[in-house]
Design a protein around this ligand. Sequence first.
Ligand code: LHQ
Length: 263
Amino acid sequence: LIQIEQQGAVRVMRLNRPEALNAFTATLLAQLRQALEAAAADATTRCVLLTGSGRAFSAGQDLADPHVAPSREPGAVPKDIGHMLEQYYIPLALRLRSLPIPVVAAVNGVAAGAGANLALGCDVVIAAESASFVQAFSRIGLIPDCGGTWLLPRLVGRAKALELALLGDKVKAAEAQTLGLIARVVPDADLQDVAMVLAQKLAGMPTRALVETRRAMDDAMLSDYESALKRESGLQSQLGFSHDYLEGVAAFMDKRQPEFKDR
Ligand code: LHQ
């Protein structure tokens, strides 16, 4: 259900259930998590590019999946759909956010529900002009999950976050960019190429510094200014001992291209 392709140091993961708009089943979610683990464990992979095949990035949880579909039989025992989050989505969202390499999301079409929020949790999110984002949860009586309640107000502020989450309307890529929900919009025909160039660029950069930047920013969201300054200093100390710092400064001084290799 996931197409995996290696292009140099970039591992492309393509959600591949196009007939169902790449809606998530337990199997697809397990495969995605496994693919992330494999990329994390492979020392030659320095960036992940996550995208979808067909006309959607992902329609979110597959609502026909027996794990979550409420039974319509009278007297049927209701399911605890929270299990699906505990067992599949939370570990996946945590792994995406803690991966030792950067993750680019190339949103090729509609991203709804968990599909939207998993994409928005990636490090750099770019989208095709025809892509869109839908906080579909409220439409079916749920709240934003996969980090939506955390991500949305941080990305776009409380007023817009609540508007997006309460109304559950489709937001086009251009508006998503204006709001600060995503980084960049590109013409449909260019999405895969632009995403690959971006991913290759990140793959050639000092991976540890990139990953610590992500972590420091996430941590800073929860802390005061002085604590953030001190955490930056602690991380800077560690990075100062790294090969990539030595190499980066040496290459700058020698006016040559650096060769980064830490991970
Ligand atoms: C679908 C789906 C879908 C099944 C389209 N499932 N079939 C976590 C854990 C526990 C519980 C619940 O949730 C979660 C997290 C979540 O992700 S909750 C949110 C789940 N997702 C949604 O509610 C989105 C539902 N889908 C839509 O709103 C629309 O389909 C979108 C906006 C994605 C696309 O709209 P259109 O481009 O107009 O396509 P469409 O609606 O015509 O869909 C095409 C087909 O895909 C259609 O089937 P059909 O047999 O008529 O061709 C849809 O029923 C099916 N489909 N999403 N999530």
